[in-house]
Ligand binder design. Structure first.
Ligand code: UPG
Length: 403
């Protein structure tokens, strides 16, 4: 069965026929995505699935990854943190490293990028490449995955000089749009229902993976899967768990995460989480390798409730993944989580550990409500957040830019 036929089985054949129709004017064109890591984190997760599907539709698609040293990634993680609201200026030597690293990568990528019909540049890391490709012939789109609702102005002002000359930019939410001299499109991300991380699993596989991590399937379980990043508030999740455990003594918590090659802060945050977890045997802090897709899938399915207590969130694929598995999500009332968690319907939006604990207790005592919310959550993802909808919007954007 071809890849497209496999998708048709999940979404229905019309959705695929529509994608094929939209791709007609784009047949044989060259599309290049550029990001800063091939594994770990949401951007890699999306591109790993999006690139083969776009190729299958007849667009000559490539994915390039930029390389950089520790100063560069310290700088871009600083940009990420400040665009999400931290107010810490970036030192001149870091900004010099940002520009030098982009220039270095441009040497290698220039022929590919200048020849492409469309270039999608993901996030701030490679944003300066456009200015370094003076003979570009195609349309360039800056795709921002960050919760840019409250950017630290000096850093946005610096980045803006690189982003302004793009032909368009894409944000996940209206609240993130910026003052820019080009069209801005609102396209939320998506998950791939055929990915190992999202396919159905039998009970035996789920049980085996839970055994491997000493998780007791007879007792209630809450799970947060996230990179170890302060914006994901893992320590806040531990506080919520502790508050709820006073009333639910059997409660277990899994905090599972892996690093991303472009995220230098993971280890420090993991240490903070381990300290906060102390010696509680019912808190499982799991450091997973980047290819632990089956494990993530099983942990999300084993959970009674999935938590994503972020303080900022561009979208939150872990929310989508959990909802697709029929789980209600207790999520931070921020960014892209608000697009997915419809308060009281597909889960609960919370602002504090106390609020999260209250909702955990409520749902674990109201199993019917939990299941009803989980079913609504799955339907919301099927209708809005699968890769086929995401690709349709990218294709529409590309066709619009052709004219
Ligand atoms: N993941 C793993 N293993 C882990 C931890 C995470 O496979 O140990 C996966 C997770 O299942 C998900 C992805 O990594 O598929 C993480 O994506 P997401 O939850 O979206 O977070 P970020 O890595 O922070 O991704 C950025 C934005 C986020 C947005 C995403 C795509 O912060 O808000 O949804 O980009 O736009």
């Amino acid at each position: 069965m071809s890849l497209l036929e496999e998708y048709a089985r999940v979404t229905g054949p019309d959705v695929i026929a529509q994608l094929q129709q939209l791709t007609q004017p784009l047949q044989g064109m060259k599309l290049v995505h550029v990001s800063s890591t091939r594994s770990g984190g949401g951007v890699a997760e999306i591109l790993n699935k999006m690139v083969p599907l776009t190729r299958e539709l007849g667009i000559d698609t490539q994915w390039e990854v930029i390389s950089g040293d520790s100063d560069f990634f310290e700088c871009t993680k600083g940009m990420h943190n400040t665009l999400q609201g931290n107010r810490i200026p970036l030192g001149d030597h870091l900004l010099q490293s940002y520009e030098a690293t982009n220039a270095h990568n441009a040497e290698r990528l220039r022929p590919t990028l200048e020849a492409a019909d469309f270039v999608f540049i993901h996030d701030p890391q490679p944003a300066a490449l456009l200015g370094l490709c003076p003979n570009r012939r195609g349309k360039w789109i800056w795709r921002c995955h960050i919760d840019a609702s409250h950017p630290y102005r000096p850093v946005w002002k610096y980045l803006r000089q690189f982003v302004a000359p793009y032909d368009a930019s894409v944000f996940s939410l209206a609240a993130f749009a910026q003052e820019l001299p080009h069209p801005q499109y609102l396209i939320p991300p998506s998950i791939d229902p055929l990915a190992e991380k999202n396919i159905d699993l039998d009970e035996e596989t789920i049980a085996e993976i839970c055994d491997q991590y000493q998780i007791d399937r007879q007792r209630p379980l809450i799970v947060q899967i996230s990179r170890f990043d302060r914006f994901k508030d893992p320590v806040g999740v531990i506080q919520a768990y502790r508050l709820a455990k006073r009333y639910l003594p059997g409660l277990q918590l899994v905090l599972a995460g892996g690093g991303a090659a472009d995220d230098p802060e993971g280890e420090v945050v993991l240490d903070e989480v381990k300290t906060a977890a102390a010696y509680d045997a019912d808190i499982h802090v799991l450091l997973l390798p980047p290819d632990a897709n089956l494990e993530v899938n099983a942990l999300q399915r084993a959970a009674d409730i999935v938590v994503q207590k972020s303080l900022r969130e561009g979208f939150g694929l872990t929310v989508t993944e959990a909802m697709w598995k029929g789980k209600p999500v207790i999520g931070g009332d921020v960014g892209g989580i608000r697009l997915q968690v419809v308060n009281y319907h597909t889960g609960f939006l919370v602002n504090t550990p106390e609020g999260a604990a209250l909702r955990i207790r409520y749902l674990l005592h109201q199993k019917e409500r939990l299941e009803e919310m989980g079913a609504k959550a799955k339907a919301l993802v099927r209708d809005n957040f699968l890769i086929t909808r995401h690709l349709r919007e990218y294709l529409t954007l590309m066709v619009a830019l052709l004219n």
